[in-house]
Design a protein around this ligand. Structure first.
Ligand code: NAD
Length: 304
């Protein structure tokens, strides 16, 4: 299968790297010239707990060098989805399927500006990866990948895409209600990311302070009300318990938003807590806690 990965950072390189290792025709596309050059010159190094793996996908800075793909996997940060799609439309032919495993809410809507919904596959991944230097990533966590068609039956062959991912070593489940998975994952990011970035603490530390737990709970509660107004059926107590449990299980992790703030990068706040505000407005739901968290992160982004 001819696969193009749009955004070959930590996660794009992980998925693209293993798909290439499994024999797929993979091209990594990234605006980061140094990373692209290093991959073409020396291959892509993936640090595993068991040692380094070297893989040799092609890498380019622009889709015009690639031609039409069978599958495009979007792995830019969610705030860049529209721009990256627009810049790489050369990849998209009438049969191209587009898969997003990004965090945040709104990726499907951005992709749908350019591709019919029938060809969009969304999902979540519990893998973790870190960019170490150009041409080198660390595979930081292993977990399941869940994917599903955005518009139900009759579109892209999701089972075939799942099979390709499994063949590359990614444990993959197909879901009949993928938007529920996207909202479920959003709840975790809503509860953990902004607070850890503002307080500059690893995930588990949130649970040590009653005040932080109250804020997590309040942010997630607002998000559950918005999700349910948007047609989901999330249980408030169960969702809050799940978010707390993830914070505990990933206690030592520094969230991506904390890493972005620490490194002076723009965060995904607008597609996480910011998305709750936006979607809340559509349904007449007030989201004051998410508003405070979003604005604090925006101020932190501007002050660095
Ligand atoms: P990253 O910042 O490491 O990678 C994004 C890459 O996109 C960068 O290399 C950047 O140069 C590239 N890019 C930016 N604009 C582009 C454009 N217009 N065209 C092509 N490339 C462009 O981010 P990441 O950590 O790999 O995360 C990607 C997505 O996956 C995010 O939504 C994130 O929340 C999600 N995610 C990350 C992890 C993780 O462990 N890193 C886990 C699960 C989900």
């Amino acid at each position: 299968m001819k696969i193009a990965v749009i955004g070959a950072g930590a996660m794009g390189s992980l998925y693209g790297g293993y798909l290439s290792k499994a024999g797929q025709d993979v091209c990594l596309i990234d605006v980061w010239q140094e990373h692209v050059d290093r991959i073409n010159r020396e291959g892509l190094a993936i640090e595993e707990a068991s040692g380094d793996i070297k893989v040799y996908p092609k890498a380019v800075c622009h889709a015009r060098e690639v031609g039409t793909a069978d599958l495009a996997i979007v792995f830019v940060k969610s705030i860049m989805t529209q721009k990256a799609m627009e810049a790489n439309l050369d990849l998209i032919g009438p049969e191209t399927a587009v898969l997003s495993l990004q965090n945040g809410y709104g990726n499907v809507e951005e992709i749908a500006r350019f591709v019919e919904r029938e060809r969009i596959i969304a999902g979540t991944t519990a893998h973790g990866a870190t960019m170490l230097q150009p041409g080198r990533i660390r595979h930081a966590g292993i977990g399941a990948t869940h994917i599903g068609a955005v518009s139900g039956e009759g579109g892209t062959d999701v089972a075939a895409v799942a099979q390709v991912l499994r063949h590359a070593g990614f444990e993959t489940e197909v879901s009949g209600n993928v938007m529920k998975l996207v909202w479920d994952k959003l709840m975790i990011n809503v509860g953990i990311n902004a607070l850890t970035a503002i307080l500059k603490v690893p995930n588990g530390r949130l649970l040590e302070h009653e005040e932080a737990r109250m804020l997590m709970e309040a942010a997630v509660e607002e998000a559950v009300r918005v999700a349910n107004a948007a047609g989901m059926d999330l249980d408030r107590e169960e969702t809050i318990r799940r978010v707390m449990s993830v914070a505990g299980r990933t206690g030592e992790n520094r969230s991506s938003m904390l890493q972005d703030i620490t490194n002076g990068r723009r965060t995904e706040i607008d597609t996480i807590n910011g998305a709750i505000i936006r979607e809340g407005k559509k349904h007449g739901i007030h989201t004051p806690v998410n508003m405070v968290l979003t604005n604090l992160i925006r101020i932190m982004e501007k002050s660095q």
